[in-house]
Design a protein around this ligand. Structure first.
Ligand SMILES: Nc1nc2c(c(=O)[nH]1)N(C=O)[C@@H](CNc1ccc(C(=O)N[C@@H](CCC(=O)O)C(=O)O)cc1)CN2
Ligand SMILES: Nc1nc2c(ncn2[C@@H]2O[C@H](COP(=O)(O)OP(=O)(O)OP(=O)(O)O)[C@@H](O)[C@H]2O)c(=O)[nH]1
Ligand SMILES: [K+]
Ligand SMILES: [Mg+2]
Length: 456
């Protein structure tokens, strides 16, 4: 295979102590040797060592450098790689890059090093996408998710699923082509048994996708309730800071207020809202509208009630509005004489968690945090063992694969001929393959890698 040797600046542009120009390809070492003056030639140094020397262009020293030489295939791209560590700063690294280009290297496209790692089979597509996510991570959690993907955890799961599908397809194939062959009779019953766990596993991956999204973006969490029940007090308790204005005047909060907070490993995008009520005040009206919007877009609701007052029609209307949502009910002001019908609260809660608090005394917040954590990490998912799916392309493909797998499963209940069901099984296998880059068109590959940074 005669591919170009590529070169690029692989460190961030700007002033820094060191900048790296990286070359990859058959000619990487020879091209570097044309620039390099040291006690030995780079082609003579041991692989995976770093060598001190000078870079010389038309008899003039342009840089003092440390040069790492790595022979393929045990490299990032599986090709020969040279990394020239020069002094940081735009002029220096650019000069070295230009010198490499003038001696026969081609400027790499964005993502081309990682693309080569993919094309040369060192990593699959989902791992390559993980590399990109790694660079773009803005939080520890996002970085952990990406790192797991680079390590190939998702790839492993996908390969396992595909293997199961392949076995199903192969068994059916044997039955169709060689009816006289005494293979396992691939009845619909057997397809059903094979497809069910596949569907369960895809569902599981999609659940982790939801968790992955939350870990990256925070769970949109609206604090709602009548005026003066203690919504802003709750906001302040959860963020451990006095961010929202609290007064005894109903209608204190006029506009929604957002804060990020990590509650026992669950990142929340917490939204304090104006108390929802009928009002003629034009400013408050707008605030109430925004509260309704926050309520609609929320992924978690913290519904606050007042222990010292009976339930009102407004409370009941709020219960109705959040009927199908993830909700934690907070009965606040337990330091005051109870007037609320707690039995009725539990009826409305309908199995969803109810927590009692006295926010001015900072009581009950622990239990609330625990309830939120329980809701999110339903069951006992081990933090270490999560294979998050975080990439929109992967989620799209998993959803499509899920639909096909379900179609196949349903078809087995409806006496559809096995060779027709087989089409859905095969399609599920193909869709999962696209996640790890099997059978994806070149144009998609180009598109995906072009989103990388230069030099990666
Ligand atoms: N200087 C430098 N630092 C870097 C990178 C790089 O390319 N250069 N990386 C770039 O992103 C990351 C490290 N990632 C890497 C991943 C795989 C291989 C690699 O050579 N893999 C071979 C051999 C492994 C081995 O020796 O055991 C392989 O998997 O076959 C190198 C770097 C972060 N730090
Ligand atoms: N006794 C008692 N008072 C509380 C408690 N929690 C909050 N309050 C008080 O209730 C009043 C209203 O609290 P806020 O947090 O402003 O209530 P809110 O729901 O945000 O009110 P609006 O923004 O006006 O809708 C304040 O005077 C708080 O100090 C509590 O647990 N017990
Ligand atoms: K208030
Ligand atoms: Mg408020």
């Amino acid at each position: 295979m005669n591919v170009d040797t590529i070169a690029a600046i692989s460190t961030a542009l700007g002033e820094g102590a060191i900048g790296i120009v990286r070359l990859s390809g058959d000619q990487a070492i020879d091209i570097s040797d044309k620039l390099f003056k040291g006690t030995t030639k780079l082609s003579d140094v041991k692989t995976h060592t770093i060598t001190y020397g000078h870079l010389v262009e038309s008899n003039e020293v342009i840089e003092e450098a440390m040069v790492t030489v790595m022979h393929g295939p045990k490299t990032y791209t599986r090709e020969n790689i040279v990394e020239i560590n020069c002094h940081g700063g735009l002029v220096s690294v650019n000069r070295v890059l230009q010198a490499a280009l003038s001696h026969g290297a081609r400027l790499a496209e964005p993502g081309e090093f990682t693309k080569r790692a993919f094309l040369n089979g060192r990593i699959d597509l989902s791992q390559a996408e993980g590399v990109m996510d790694l660079i773009r991570s803005k939080s520890d959690q996002a970085m952990n998710v990406a790192m797991r993907q680079v390590e190939g955890r998702l790839s492993g799961k996908i390969q396992h699923l595909r293997q199961q599908l392949l076995e199903t397809v192969a068994a059916v194939e044997v039955n169709i082509d060689y009816p006289e062959y005494d293979a396992e009779t691939m009845t619909q019953q057997i397809i059903r048994e094979k497809m069910r766990p596949v569907l369960v596993e895809i569902d599981h991956l999609l659940v982790t996708a939801k968790q992955g999204k939350v870990l990256r973006e925070g769970l949109a969490t609206a604090i709602i309730g009548r005026p003066n029940v203690g919504k802003s007090s709750l906001m302040n308790s959860l963020v451990h800071e006095s961010k929202a204005i609290v007064t005894d005047i109903p209608g204190t909060t006029r506009d929604t207020l957002e804060e990020y907070v990590n509650v026992r490993g669950v990142p929340l995008r917490l939204i304090d809202t104006a108390g929802i009520r009928e009002t003629e005040d034009i400013v408050e009206k707008i605030g109430v509208e925004r509260s309704r919007k926050a309520l609609k877009e929320a992924e978690l609701i913290l519904l606050v009630l007042n222990n010292s007052e009976p339930l009102t029609m407004e409370d009941e209307a709020l219960f109705e509005a959040v009927e199908d949502m993830d909700v934690v009910i907070i009965v606040n002001k337990t330091d005051q004489k109870q007037a609320i019908d707690i039995k009725k609260v539990h009826q409305f809660a309908n199995g969803r968690p109810v927590v009692t608090t006295s926010l001015i005394h900072d009581e009950g917040v622990d239990q609330l945090e625990e309830a939120i954590k329980q809701l999110f990490f339903a069951g006992d998912i081990e933090g270490q063992d999560l294979t998050y799916v975080s990439n929109a392309r992967h989620i799209g493909l998993l959803n499509e694969a899920r639909r096909r797998a379900e179609d196949a499963l349903q078809a087995t209940e409806m006496d559809v001929p096995v060779d027709l069901i087989q089409i859905d099984v095969t399609r599920t296998w193909e869709l999962l393959g696209e996640i790890i880059g099997e059978d994806v068109q070149d144009s998609l590959i180009d598109q995906l890698f072009s989103q990388f940074c230069l030099g990666k």
